[in-house]
Design a binder for this molecule. Structure first.
Ligand code: DGY
Length: 423
């Protein structure tokens, strides 16, 4: 099979009928930003299925506009923490936090690929707008978007959160059994210290029935995050463009774009010469250079100040952009968000650079990303040092990145590399 065929096969095999699993076993539900990548990946060969993916995702939206990070369509004992722990209050059993808002930007791409999907996009647009309003209402700090749980940023155990995690007392979290470490080598996953605090934050949310006004007062974890700020800024730009096409009023969205642009500037940390996360309660930068620091181009900010540090990160490894500065003290090349390279972030960063004319670095990230998949298949993440595949296997969003971006024009360059993964 060619890699294109293998990638389509991954999507089809992870398809549960209307929604797609990130991968079997480790993640047996519908995840928010994974699903947006899946919708885009499907649209490269089955647009109808792509639109259905987005529609299923939106069907889990809460009344207040929040779009959960996990929708538990069918209970699966192979995952913890499940719906009984989260006690979400939406129309479908769900978690109580959200995830990076990339869906609008993928919808804009899907519309360009499949203009016949416009009626479906028009129906989804107001729902996405309500979700984005929820972020603007509840998650801003000086215009930057905050996360209230490390999982909300998608970068679960990134060193960004280490300081804020220390402020969480999890002594009374109780006993629980993790499932993730039965699917994947524990050395590639977050630690028990991390999980105690992840669960403590869930328990706090449940204690106030996920009421955001109450949660804001009692949650010790509030971090202004480049992942959220840059993805929402980009999403608002795409929403404004689609809204104009659909005849919707977009002046409110234009105001939000200005707020978020100002907020992005509050994440610029001169000490690391990069965009950083800010611990809102402590009032300090976290001093972390990550792949999220490089999302400014994706957000439409062509910022030359950010180039040297990101180029330095790229030069320090062989394969792609590491999730955390390879020169940083906490760097671990195989542990989840503390070093590995993630094709989905590489796509967001690399395609953003290409759009903004930073083509040398953008093309390099794209080529590295493609090479990883050619050599080692569609893994969840990889060591940026030697390309070792890690985490879950046959991963939906990695396959989507191949189909939508990394694999463009590559099948004919592969020679026999395209057959290496055949089984
Ligand atoms: C997990 O279970 O590891 C997920 O990343 C949480 O969203």
């Amino acid at each position: 099979m060619t890699l294109d065929e293998q990638a389509r096969d991954v999507l089809r095999k992870n398809d549960k009928g209307g929604y797609t699993l990130p991968t079997h076993g480790l993640y047996p539900y519908q995840w928010n930003w994974d699903s947006a990548f899946a919708a885009w990946g499907f649209t490269t060969f089955d647009p109808d299925r792509g639109w259905t993916e987005l529609e299923t995702l939106m069907s889990g939206q809460w009344e207040d506009g929040m779009l959960p990070h996990i929708l538990f369509h069918r209970v699966d004992p192979g995952y913890f923490p499940g719906p009984d722990v989260w006690q979400g209050r939406g129309p479908i059993p769900s978690s109580g936090i959200s995830q990076p808002p990339v869906a609008a930007t993928f919808m804009a791409k899907m519309l360009a690929m499949d203009p016949s999907g416009e009626p479906r996009a028009r129906a989804i647009w107001p729902k996405l707008n309500a979700w984005h309003r929820w972020f603007m209402d509840w998650r801003l700090d000086r215009g930057a978007v905050c996360v209230t749980h490390p999982w909300e940023a998608g970068r679960d155990n990134a060193p960004d959160w280490d300081g804020a995690m220390k402020a969480i007392n999890a002594d009374d979290v109780g006993d629980y059994t993790r499932r993730d470490t039965s699917h994947v080598d524990p050395a590639m996953r977050p630690t028990k210290y991390d999980y105690d605090r992840y669960l403590k934050l869930v328990q706090l949310g449940v204690s106030v029935n996920w009421d955001q006004s109450k949660l804001r007062d009692i949650n010790p974890f509030r971090v202004a995050d480049p992942t959220m700020t840059f993805t929402l800024l980009r999403a608002q730009r795409d929403m404004a463009a689609m809204g104009r096409r659909f005849g919707e009023g977009v002046s409110e969205i234009e105001g939000w774009i200005e707020i978020l642009e100002a907020g992005a500037e509050t994440l610029w940390n001169p000490e690391i010469a990069g965009y950083d996360s800010r611990d809102v309660h402590a009032g300090t930068f976290n001093g972390v250079l990550s792949n999220a620091s490089a999302l400014c181009w994706y957000a439409g900010l062509n910022d030359d100040r950010a180039l040297p540090a990101i180029a330095g990160m790229l030069n320090a490894t062989r394969y792609g952009l590491a999730s955390y500065d390879p020169e940083g003290e906490e760097f671990e090349p195989l542990r989840y968000w503390r070093g590995p390279t993630w094709p989905i972030m590489s796509y967001l960063v690399g395609s953003g650079m290409e759009e903004q004319g930073v083509t040398d670095l953008g093309t390099r990230i794209r080529d590295d990303t493609a090479r990883l998949m050619e050599l080692n298949g569609f893994a969840e993440y990889y060591s940026p040092l030697d390309g070792t595949p890690a985490g879950g296997e046959t991963f939906t969003w990695t396959a989507a990145v191949w189909l939508g971006w990394a694999g463009d024009n590559r099948e004919n360059q592969l020679g026999d590399a395209g057959c290496r993964q055949s089984n």
